[in-house]
Design a protein around this ligand. Sequence first.
Ligand SMILES: [Zn+2]
Length: 167
Amino acid sequence: MLNVDVVKEGGVTVFRLTGDLNELADLPSRFDEFKGTTVFDCGGIARINSVGVRSWMVLMSKVLSKGSTPILKKVTVAMIEQGNIISNFLPENSVESFYLPYFCSHCTNSFELLGEVKAIVGNVSTVLHSICPQCGSVATFDEDETSYFQFLERKKVEVEGHGIEKK
Ligand SMILES: [Zn+2]
């Protein structure tokens, strides 16, 4: 089950998504009435299956077809992984912030930090280490960095390949 909560953040309407993106999500039909900039808080999306992937991509193309770029905040590790496998799962320039997974080998703590795309583009090397909040040791990035940050690099290719026109 995926819950959609509509919240106001600084005067902007944000759709907060919480739960699993799967065959029960029925996502596109729940966004028939929106217009203008569409902001999604994805921080609560835990698991995604193949039906959920299709549902999500229909929703994204629906937003794009209305001339609006979706803005995706707090994109989870599961979504970044899909976005790096499937072209257009994360539309060009849509991701504003996303989670970075870390592992501390000293105390075996796994944790995630939220990163801003603007700060990370061109500076990936600066986020490959972090301080473990549990023991204070240096924790290392817990994904393959060459594939994890791929979605930041291939934006232009997707635009050319799919002919999406910007306003
Ligand atoms: Zn630690």
